[in-house]
Design a binder for this molecule. Structure first.
Ligand code: SF4
Length: 209
């Protein structure tokens, strides 16, 4: 089984409940969306380098991190991404999957920590969300709401009201080129859910990849 890999690197995990931990990132090539503020635009159309799952695991097993994130692009566009997630879990890694929410999650290994990135109106891709995915999320999982405007925050709150009995945790992240972090932080504090976690992208704050 092989995947088209754009890059593999170690950094600090910049987001999610695992923020600040050493993490190996497996960035798979390709994405079918075109978010207006995409920060990995070059990955969208890159062909990637074909790698066998066993070669990926051999490579990352000596990189000194227990947390591994499979990201993109949109990693679930590649059929073998599901086998990769299972193999990483079998090996004993704590496995995170960063996905746009535009692809069905039903084949994702349940041991995986899913971070579903809900595209807001300002991205131009809000309609890409596969709504059924919310039913697949459980207590291991998180939903990230990037916000570039008040409309984006309001849209996040609509999703949260629809899923009042959720087990997943919500994350709020400002798109800093468009929205002051302190503005979003104040909305989260005064209007957000009790378990809403505000986050800056830590790796970007300190200049890491
Ligand atoms: S889903 Fe991610 S990789 Fe794809 S266009 Fe949007 S931000 Fe870029």
């Amino acid at each position: 089984m092989s995947l088209k890999v754009y890059e593999i690197f170690k950094s600090l995990q910049g987001e999610s409940s695992f923020q600040g931990l050493p993490c190996v990132f497996i960035r798979l090539a390709g994405c079918h969306l075109n978010c207006s503020w995409c920060d990995t635009a070059v990955v969208r159309t890159a062909p990637g380098i074909p790698m066998e799952i066993s070669d990926i695991i051999n490579r990352i097993s000596v990189m000194g991190a227990r947390v591994v994130e499979v990201t993109g692009g949109e990693p679930l566009l590649q059929d073998d991404s599901f086998a990769l997630l299972s193999a990483l879990n079998d090996y004993g890694f704590t496995v995170l999957l960063e996905t746009s929410g535009a692809c069905p999650l039903d084949k994702v290994d349940p041991r995986t920590h899913i971070v579903m990135d809900v595209k807001p109106p300002s991205s131009g891709e809000a309609s890409s969300l596969c709504e059924e995915n919310f039913a697949r999320l459980d207590h291991l999982d998180e939903v990230k709401f990037p916000c570039a405007s008040r409309e984006d925050f309001d849209n996040a709150m609509i999703h949260l009201r629809r899923h009042e009995h959720r087990r997943w945790r919500p994350l709020f992240t400002p798109v800093t080129a468009h929205l002051e972090p302190s503005t979003l932080a104040s909305w989260v504090l005064t209007e957000g859910p009790p378990d809403g976690r505000f986050q800056l992208q830590l790796h970007k704050v300190i200049g890491l990849p």
